[in-house]
Design a protein. Structure first.
Length: 206
């Protein structure tokens, strides 16, 4: 059965998604080099508008993950973690869109995309730091937020044992065609060491 993500109504969200199943160890894969992103304040503004729709404030430590990558590249401190994460970061940097990378074997139950209700929090790093995601558009499983445009949940992040990953590109309708282009390029970069499966995103009112 193809993986399905149920998406609740959202005025701006234009998500892209796919499932990748590794056929070789990522340690045998060379990480791609980051490509300098174009200077485009319109992209930054459109992504922030996407995150504001539910009342979330995308600034300071809660800014979109793509903005962290742009700053890291400009300051010469580009992160290299493992090829899976590195590819995610390269595509996010070039497209200007936040991207979630989730271990498919760690999620519980059905998946949905929805706005986090008030008082929603989750741990986002190994040291136990918590983010308040109230009003943020999130990928949910039965236990709560997993992937988000700001910080993915620690409990479903990839590690050295990861074999199957869910990718969600957090695009906006205000940037026509950008989600599809970023998703297509991501799939091409992963294809040499993984089989790719489409993910169906269905609209739902509840």
């Amino acid at each position: 059965m193809p993986l399905t993500i149920r998406a609740l109504p959202h005025p701006l969200l234009d998500p892209g998604a796919f499932l990748a199943r590794l056929v070789t160890s990522v340690t045998d894969v060379e990480s791609p080099r980051p490509i300098a992103p174009p200077t485009d304040d319109a992209v930054k503004a459109a992504v922030r508008d996407l995150l504001r729709c539910g009342g979330f404030k995308p600034s300071g430590r809660s800014k979109p993950a793509s903005e962290y990558l742009t700053a890291a590249f400009a300051e010469g401190r580009w992160p290299q973690i493992n090829p899976l994460v590195d590819i995610c970061n390269v595509v996010s940097l070039k497209s200007g869109l936040p991207i979630s990378l989730v271990d498919a074997d760690k999620v519980q139950g059905e998946l949905s995309i929805q706005i986090a209700p008030p008082s929603t929090t989750y741990v986002f790093n190994p040291s136990g730091q918590v983010i308040d995601a109230s009003g943020l558009v999130c990928l949910y499983d039965a236990l709560g937020p997993t992937g988000t445009p700001v910080k993915d949940a620690q409990r479903t992040k990839t590690d050295e044992h990861t074999r199957n990953v869910i990718v969600v590109v957090w695009g906006t309708r205000a940037l026509a065609g950008r989600t599809a282009a970023a998703t297509r390029w991501y799939r091409e970069l992963v294809q040499p060491f993984a089989t790719i499966e489409d993910v169906t995103i269905t609209s739902s009112s509840s």
